[in-house]
Each structure stands twice: as structure tokens, then as C-alpha cells.
Design a protein around this ligand. Structure first.
Ligand SMILES: [Fe+2]
Length: 386
């Protein structure tokens, strides 16, 4: 049972354009580099909408950008927004590490080449697409529409990489020091569902859904998920893995007017909302709670070992896409090694949790669909939603 006070978060990210007092005391090599770039930096616990969050010019890259380094990223993962004006193309740049890109808004294309030989590969995308740009490649992004900007969300392990080799030029625009790991001519075919996860980098216990490839055309439309009973609410999930990469994601969908169980794990996970309306509560054991409202385009990062819990206030299923830190950082709760320590069952939670949920629903003229037995029967099992 938790007995913390609650704190309504009154703002989203804190924007700065350089060095700033941080709640965390560590100064990672990545932070020092990021702060020297001159583009806006979003800190805090969440971003209300990456489609509209302030961006500014990153002169070295020649792009409209905002860096995202929220509390829970903690020097593990990079997140970054790129805005592309109607009809424009970003200057090409190279990275020596894999980069995952989510299309928060817009229609466009990506051209990837090794910059040395062979034909470039170009593929088109639209809202809610997800793709991985392989390491050691040159890439540029184009807005194919003339009437609205594109907003991309980039995710990588650059902070972790720079803690090993602090020179950014080792990872950025390093002139094609190595060969891309995949054949670019067929790297961006549409991703496929893989039964049982056979041959993938990480395979969980039980009957899970796996989705494998480098190009995932519509995260909001994908419906091949599997019940994830352990986290409650009748939610379902799909594990997303990329070709020849340790990077991974998962996406969860859970029903209207329900909420999932609180759990906790390590740092570095960045969560973006492709669809739905609700909020998350995050707290360090014994400390005040932070409430994060969300809808399509919101981004939130649970800090290291903070409990967090997701609530669906909408009339439709909500879905969230979580970018994972390296496999070494996967949390205990995800492995279900110690559920008693890292997950709070409904019958054991602070009554405030469901009271607040019900009051939020009441403001919308709605009522909870959480079954009363979930709070009294430790063995209560939701009916799977898929
Ligand atoms: Fe989590």
C-alpha cells in the first residue's frame, strides 16, 4: 500500500536552450554536447504534444529541432524532434548507431544510402509510421506535402554511446567508417508479424505477438496483439524488433475506461501516444505523485525505479508505443522476476488510485469499467480484449 501525497502537474516540459539546473546531478558527455548545440531542450516529466512543442534552429545540422531529455532518460537514451517545412528536405546526415524514427505528423519520405556505393533506398511514410535507420548510413528526410509541416521523433542510444566514446564526431558524420549491417535495397519492406518470435533478439515467456522489420507503416492501425494479462485491464501488447539491431519497442493497447497496474523498471524508456486519451501517474516509492495527462502526440518517460500507471479516460481503446533502452536496462517487472516488489496489484493499491480515476471519468459524464472483483480477488482475471 502506498501512502503518498499527490501533486497535480501543472505544466508539461521545461524548455531551455542551453545549460540548465537539473534535478539529476550527473553531467553526461551527451548532455554537454546537447547543451552546446543551441536548439531548444525539453526537460521535466512529459511533453504535452510533440506535434506542437517548440523547436528552434540547430545550426550545425541545419534543421528545426528540439532535444528531449526528460527526467527518466537519465543519460541512457536520446529523443529529438525534427520539423520539416512543407516541401522541404533536411540536410543529409550520418550516424554510426541505429536510430528509430516515429512520424508524429505528416507525409514524407526517407532516403538512406551508405554514401559510398550502391543505390540509395527511398521509402515513403505518413502519420504514425515507425522505422529504423540503420547505423553507418547517410539519411535525409523530405516533406512530400505542400500544406503542412512534418514532425519526426527520433530515438537512439547516443547518450550511452557517448559515455563510452565522448567525441560526438565518432558517431555523427564520420564519413562512412563501416558498412551498414543490412542490404538497403530491401531493408524497408513492410514489417511482418513473426509467430512465437522465432529467431528474434529477445523472446518473452507465454503467447506473445512479435512484429519484425525496419518499416512499420501505421502504429495506430496495427491490430495483431496478444493479451497481456499480468499487467491487468484486459490490455494487449506487441513486441517490436528491428533487423540486425538490439533496439526494440513495444506497443500496448487497453480498453476504454480501464487502467493498468502500477509497475516500475529502469530508465531510458520513451513513451509516445499514437491514439487515445488519458493520464499516467508516476511516483518514487514514498514520494509525491506526478500526474501526466496525455492524448495523441504526448510523450512521457517514467524515471528509474519510479512506479507508473496508465489510465484510459477515452471512449475508445488507448495505445502507447514504448521505445526501449538497451536490453541490459530492461526492468525487473518486464521480466516478471519479482512481481511483488515491482508491480502493485489492484487489491493492494492506494484507494486514491481508483477514486481519482472515477472522479476524472465523472467530469466527463462517464463511469469506470473496472470490475469490482479486481479490487477484492487476488486471482481475478480480466477477459482478454483480443
Ligand atoms: Fe513501464
Amino acid at each position: 500500500m502506498t501512502t503518498t501525497n499527490t501533486t497535480q502537474s501543472t505544466s508539461d516540459s521545461v524548455v531551455s536552450a542551453g545549460k540548465q539546473e537539473r534535478a539529476t546531478v550527473a553531467a553526461y558527455a551527451y548532455d554537454e554536447w546537447m547543451e552546446a548545440q543551441g536548439a531548444p531542450i525539453h526537460r521535466g516529466f512529459y511533453i504535452a504534444d510533440v506535434r506542437t512543442a517548440p523547436v528552434g534552429t540547430w545550426r550545425a545540422r541545419g534543421a528545426e529541432t528540439a532535444f528531449i531529455q526528460l527526467e527518466g532518460q537519465q543519460g541512457v537514451s536520446e529523443a529529438r524532434i525534427t520539423e520539416i517545412a512543407p516541401g522541404a528536405t533536411t540536410p543529409a546526415y550520418r550516424m554510426a548507431i541505429d536510430e528509430v524514427v516515429y512520424v508524429a505528423a505528416g507525409n514524407g519520405s526517407t532516403t538512406v544510402s551508405n554514401g559510398v556505393h550502391g543505390s540509395p533506398s527511398t521509402f515513403e511514410w505518413s502519420d504514425h509510421a515507425l522505422f529504423l535507420v540503420p547505423r553507418h548510413t547517410l539519411r535525409e528526410f523530405s516533406n512530400l506535402r505542400g500544406d503542412r509541416p512534418v514532425r519526426l521523433l527520433h530515438y537512439s542510444y547516443l547518450p550511452l554511446a557517448m559515455s563510452v566514446v565522448p567525441e560526438p564526431q565518432f558517431f555523427l558524420d564520420n564519413g562512412g567508417a563501416a558498412t551498414p549491417p543490412v542490404d538497403l535495397s530491401e531493408a524497408f519492406d513492410e514489417a511482418q508479424a513473426i509467430a512465437g518470435g522465432s529467431g528474434l533478439k529477445w523472446v518473452g515467456s507465454g503467447d506473445k505477438a512479435y512484429w519484425f522489420g525496419n518499416f512499420f507503416p501505421d502504429m495506430r492501425a496495427w491490430d495483431k496483439l496478444r493479451d497481456h494479462a499480468a499487467r491487468g485491464a484486459g490490455g494487449s501488447t506487441v513486441s517490436i524488433q528491428f533487423a540486425d539491431s538490439d533496439m526494440s519497442c513495444h506497443m500496448s493497447v487497453f480498453p476504454s475506461r480501464t487502467y493498468k497496474k502500477a509497475h516500475r523498471h529502469g530508465p531510458g524508456r520513451v513513451i509516445i501516444i499514437p491514439d487515445g486519451e488519458g493520464y499516467s501517474v508516476m511516483w518514487q516509492e514514498g514520494k509525491d505523485k506526478v500526474i501526466v495527462p496525455w492524448h495523441e502526440g504526448s510523450l512521457v518517460v517514467p524515471p528509474d525505479r519510479w512506479f507508473h500507471q496508465h489510465f484510459n479516460l477515452g471512449a475508445t481503446p488507448a495505445r502507447y508505443l514504448a521505445f526501449h533502452p538497451p536490453l541490459q536496462f530492461h526492468g525487473y517487472a518486464d521480466k516478471v522476476v519479482d512481481r511483488a516488489k515491482d508491480q502493485i496489484e489492484y487489491f493492494d493499491e492506494d484507494p486514491w488510485v481508483h477514486q481519482h480515476f472515477e472522479s476524472e471519468l465523472a467530469e466527463r459524464g462517464l463511469t469506470s469499467l473496472m470490475p469490482s472483483q479486481a479490487y477484492t480477488d487476488p486471482n481475478y482475471a480480466f477477459k482478454p480484449s483480443v
